[in-house]
Write a new protein. Structure first.
Length: 159
């Protein structure tokens, strides 16, 4: 074999591949944690949005709160109505956004008006799309639980 040949030997290429794999092994878990943290921040922002638009819906239509998230979503055609208020996007109105499922429950109507609602934001894949469960209601306090679906008795975020 001639010593003046140009190029890389097999050993040199294997060393470069090994270095790339080591860097990837360090970087990928941090990337996944960042993605989960972004999903969690999006879930909290979505819950804040739901709380705000429920107040807007209640004052606009004078019917109390909505019975489903779909009522807050955009109308299929034409102007907004109490059945499609156009206050949130269609993705959130469908109940899933950014790795979280949103479970909306309204109380029974009193004199034709819903007086209470609850919303849970649960990770679609626990540990992958998020690690924290969230809960909110008309008190506008967002609560969290790290092990199971959050409830009104859990601690508020930031607390």
């Amino acid at each position: 074999m001639r010593r003046d040949s140009k190029g890389f030997s097999l050993i040199e290429l294997l060393i470069v591949v090994a270095i790339i794999l080591i860097i990837a092994a360090i970087a990928i878990p941090n990337l996944l944690k960042s993605k989960a943290a972004a999903n969690q921040a999006s879930a909290v922002a979505s819950l804040r949005t739901i709380n705000t638009v429920e107040i807007t819906y209640s004052s606009t239509y004078n019917q109390g709160f909505t019975t489903t998230l779909l009522q807050l979503g955009p109308p299929s055609a034409g102007n907004a109505t109490s059945n499609a208020a156009g206050l949130i996007d269609s993705i959130l109105a469908a109940g899933a956004k950014s790795g979280y499922n949103f479970v909306y429950a309204a109380s029974a109507a009193v004199n034709g008006q819903v007086q209470n609602y609850t919303v849970n934001a649960n990770p679609q894949q626990v540990g992958v799309s998020g690690t924290i469960y969230y809960y909110t209601d008309p008190t506008n306090t967002i609560r969290q639980n790290a092990t199971q679906q959050a409830a009104a008795t859990d601690s508020p975020i930031g607390g």
